[in-house]
Ligand binder design. Sequence first.
Ligand code: SF4
Ligand code: SF4
Length: 245
Amino acid sequence: MKELSDELAEKILNDVLEERCASEEGVRRYRPLLEERARRIVARLVVEPSADSGPNTDFPHRLHALFNLADTVVKDELGSHRYPKPACPDDGGCAMCCTHMRIVLSVQEAAVIARELLGLSASEKAEIAHRLPSLGQSGPGSRCGLLDEQGLCTLYAARPINCRTYRSCSITACEDRVRLGRNAGEEVVFTYPFDDLVRKSFHHVVQPGETPHFLEMNTFLASVLHDDEALAAWASGQISTKGNE
Ligand code: SF4
Ligand code: SF4
């Protein structure tokens, strides 16, 4: 079995701290939590991918296998009783983060979404297109086009890693965040220390050593739902990274 290098575990840990903690106080409170779990979480994603997520497996299949692994890691972490219970209802009864956060996904995740969209009927695709905010209105505060009228994700099995990992232990904090906007210091208190470790490890496995290129979900959906050729190109893996951040 491959070994997880200290250097890689440390790099992922430091990347998370840098992005997540705006203040010294945040780093002070957050680092011990992350350090305790970092090696184990990163190792599970980076070193132990299952046989059906290996390099010879076709790409969408490999990404789905990694999604499943990430789901298992999140479930195991939450089940370890190290953390407060999540406020997110088990039955999906809260979709506030699908309606108020900037939803981003990597180009590889976008290719998987494109394949799923190809499998939808014309009327199902038209419904998603109809939900998209008008041009220039995407981003924080806009509702994800994949969220249906019942508050469920249309492509739940293919949802990006950000959606799979985000949990909060305080619905009040989520409501405050929606009301007041992002505050990196608060995240230390109400989100979990493992989510960014899982995300960064996931992106590392998908593209080792590369900085992922991210797209905004609604902008991506608008670009493929109104253009059959673009949708087919994304779905077939001819990934475009131009002008869609
Ligand atoms: S993270 Fe917050 S907003 Fe999102 S589902 Fe959980 S409680 Fe609701
Ligand atoms: S992709 Fe699905 S889970 Fe993610 S924000 Fe959109 S509706 Fe919510």
